[in-house]
Unconditional design. Structure first.
Length: 215
């Protein structure tokens, strides 16, 4: 979805683990600490690293991917001079807060230990944040609303108070690739609607979201 949404304005280079077989021109890498990972990111301007539902498997493999392999990828990126990473996370990390509360970017995430998808996503955030804190690379931690609904904002029902349209997801990523970002930036994004669950102060100031490209 994201690759299709940005390919008209950026050259997109897709990668995945060898055990996953996707469609299109994909380079496969184990993301080990080796020359193959260094070559994978050579000449790349920015990374878009999928932190939630980009991989499947048991808890051990998910945690390994979002910790060790993510560390190796970022280390290779830094060595190759990549200056920006977009970590694609999820607002589900804050879903355990009471629905009557309006949650901001300053609230702590609450990953349930029994949910390996969310726990590993949270651990990936921590790895990225450590690189950003050391000012080795700039990271925009983009937490997407849920569910992500195919199409535009008109496809979202009023009952989906945290939903994000696929068009808005692509819009946010396109803007985050060129926006001026701090070393570490939490960015919450959901499609605008009455009584929405999450505030988006950073998305508004940094990415001019939810204004669309026609405004």
């Amino acid at each position: 979805m994201l690759a299709a949404g940005i390919k008209d304005c950026h050259d997109v280079f897709l990668t995945d683990l060898p055990g996953n077989k996707g469609e299109g021109n994909i380079s496969y890498s184990d993301l080990n600490h080796d020359e193959a990972t260094n070559e994978l990111v050579d000449g790349i301007d920015a990374l878009i690293h999928i932190g939630f539902e980009g991989q499947c498997g048991d808890a051990t493999s998910l945690i390994d991917y979002h910790t060790r392999r993510t560390y190796n990828l970022l280390q290779a990126a830094v060595a190759s001079g990549v200056e920006r990473c977009l970590y694609i996370s999820t607002l589900r990390l804050l879903d355990d807060y009471d629905e009557i509360l309006t949650v901001t970017e300053q609230w702590r995430s609450l990953p349930p230990a029994e949910n390996s998808l969310l726990l590993s996503c949270h651990l990936g955030e921590i790895v990225c944040k450590e690189f950003a804190r050391d000012r080795l690379i700039k990271v925009a931690n983009i937490r997407l609303g849920f569910p992500v609904i195919d199409g535009g904002r008109d496809a979202i029902g009023l009952e989906d108070l945290a939903a994000l349209s696929s068009e808005d997801a692509c819009l946010v990523v396109r803007r985050a690739l060129t926006a001026e970002i701090a070393s570490w930036q939490d960015v919450h994004v959901q499609s605008p609607m009455p009584n929405q669950r999450f505030l988006m102060k950073c998305a508004q100031s940094l990415l001019k979201f939810p204004e669309d490209d026609d405004k």
